[in-house]
Design a protein around this ligand. Structure first.
Ligand code: GLU
Length: 555
């Protein structure tokens, strides 16, 4: 049996040549300097901050250079795939406004460089694996799990690198007869890459953010096709990124450990097909401080790693983008301060400014950003955000909001829009507690009056005010009445008067308006009382004043 015939046995039905495949993926016609990037998630259903961090980087690199941002689905590991995993990925990134130009989408896929789902590319990988085999750069390996485990044990005992190489790689130089015999016996096999690397020597690669990386050359004959014919990530990404014309591979720093495999294989592909290694960008992990030590955020221990945590928690997407931009480029905050209303995409994002060391994840900072971002939104935007969130996470509250959108928007408009907007909301989930008193069904007052106002006096103030409150008053007139009320009950009409001679008064106007606030809103802390009262209207305000007076009389 010659090599060709053996190749036929190993790669049944694979008749195309690499040249034919390569011809289906012509060089992209893009302007000089345009970058092509891709997100290449596995459809596991778990999307985390690292994915978003990478996606922002990919999107910015591509779109700032007039290039292409693709979505490729790495679904080779069927065990990790979940139902709707792809849909979830697309929905998540669409919510964040990171739009793919090409690749998998909700209808299927678009673009000339597909298919973009790795499972649909099986033949392509096999064509290249077969070509490697014919070139003497790949071989079938029939080693059993037990044999591989025995290798690992020996390697650990001898303090050697793990892997399939040197004397451990028994199938590397097996004769065609031995291979045929194993095939005749129906033994399972994988295809391994045949490395010519020498770990005593260095492989060099320039990572865009880490600079020159020198790593020991790989000599591990890694698996490129598993026994079911499905490729490993190592092999698949080399084929895909080359054929799809990816110029920059942005991926997590966990891939640094296997970078030598990739450099090794790209070398071989250069020899055989003239392929070029893309630019690699290994992004730093987000870290967490625990007991004085920094550690990687973990899926198991840290709920805040999952993007779902922020969605269900009611954090606007913009907040995560803002936060991650501050982590990605240290000059972002300064830019934002100078351009408070600009779109984040106007920022001159630079890969060169990305840090290669892990950033400490800072929830407090994220929440602070959230507060600021929401405070700068219009009432309409807040209404949309809260009601959209509540539809899924608090349908009852959503019902109240959507029953009277104008009323809800008027509530959100209080204290908004000026130079110093109120910052009451960190998340959409905070809205209910902030505004529940505006809804009679949610109003559950706690009557705690200021110390300087005995309950009996409070009741009198409340009854008196119920007689004079007029929602048509402007702010000055409104406050004028409260001042008069203060004087009538022996409270200073201005705080400074009371401060000057506290002995002359029972308290000051602030105490009186606090009594009114407690009655109308049911609490001591609320948005602007004048606005609140005018929005609630005469009947509801009066009803609340009288109910509070009654309660005070019973105290
Ligand atoms: N599927 C790989 C992952 O999710 C992709 C890594 C890459 O972007 O190359 O980690």
């Amino acid at each position: 049996m010659n090599r060709e015939e053996l190749a036929e046995r190993l790669f049944k039905g694979i008749t195309e040549t690499p040249e034919e495949i390569i011809a289906r993926y012509p060089k992209r016609q893009l302007p000089e300097g345009a970058a092509v990037t891709r997100m290449a998630p596995s459809p596991t259903g778990f999307m985390h901050l690292g994915n978003l961090y990478g996606a922002i980087t990919d999107e910015r690199i591509a779109h700032r250079s007039g290039g292409v941002f693709m979505l490729r689905i790495e679904d080779t590991d069927a065990k990790r795939a979940v139902d709707n995993g792809v849909r979830k990925i697309i929905e998540v990134f669409t919510r964040f406004g990171l739009n793919f130009d090409e690749g998998v989408n909700l209808e299927g896929e678009s673009g000339d460089y597909g298919p973009y789902r790795q499972r649909e590319r099986e033949r392509i990988y096999k064509v290249f694996a077969k070509a490697l085999f014919l070139a003497g750069r790949a071989y079938p390996c029939f080693a059993t799990e037990e044999e591989l485990a025995a290798n690992r044990e020996k390697q650990t005992a001898n303090n050697e690198n793990p892997g399939y190489y040197g004397k451990y790689a028994v199938w590397r130089d097996a004769s065609d007869e031995d291979v045929c015999k194993a095939l005749d016996e129906g033994k399972e096999f994988v295809i391994r890459y045949r490395s010519n690397g020498d770990p005593e020597k260095k492989a060099v690669c320039t990572d865009v953010i880490r600079g020159k990386l020198e790593v020991p050359q790989n000599n591990n004959d890694i698996v490129i096709l598993k026994s079911d014919g499905i490729p490993t990530y190592h092999f698949a990404h080399i084929i895909d990124d080359t054929l799809m014309g990816t110029t920059h591979v942005v991926r997590g720093e966990e891939w640094l450990a296997t970078l030598p495999y990739h450099l090794d294989m790209f070398n071989t592909m250069r020899e055989l097909f003239g392929w070029k290694t893309p630019k690699y960008i290994h992004t730093a992990h987000m870290l967490k401080l625990e007991d004085g030590h920094k550690r990687k955020l973990s899926k198991r221990k840290d709920p805040e790693l999952a993007l779902e945590f922020y969605r269900s928690g009611g954090y606007p997407e913009k907040v995560l983008i803002e936060y991650l931009m501050t982590v990605l480029n240290s000059n972002y905050e300064e830019w934002r301060a100078a351009n408070p209303d600009a779109d984040w995409r106007d920022f001159p994002f630079s890969v060169k400014k990305m840090s290669s060391s892990g950033a400490l994840f800072d929830m407090e900072k994220l929440r602070d950003i959230a507060k600021n971002v929401i405070s700068r939104m219009t009432a309409e935007q807040v209404y949309d955000g809260v009601s959209e969130w509540a539809k899924e996470f608090d349908p009852e509250f959503a019902g109240l909001l959507t029953a009277d959108p104008d009323y809800a928007k008027a509530i959100f408009a209080i204290g908004r829009g000026g130079a110093k907007p109120r910052k009451d909301l960190v998340t959409w989930a905070d809205a209910k507690a902030y505004m529940d008193f505006f809804y009679d069904g949610l109003f559950s007052p706690e009557y705690v009056f200021p110390e300087s106002v005995p309950a009996g006096t409070a009741a009198e103030i409340l009854r008196e005010y119920a007689g004079i409150f007029d929602p048509a008053d402007d702010r000055d007139a409104w406050f004028g009445r409260i001042k008069e009320l203060a004087v009538k009950f022996g409270y200073a009409p201005e705080t400074k008067l009371w401060k000057k001679s506290p002995g002359d008064y029972r308290g000051h106007v602030g105490d009186v308006s606090m009594v009114l606030r407690v009655a109308v809103t049911g609490r001591q802390n609320s948005p602007d009382l004048c606005d609140v009262c005018s929005l609630l209207g005469r009947d509801r305000v009066n009803k609340r004043l009288l109910a509070a007076a009654e309660a005070a009389e019973k105290m």
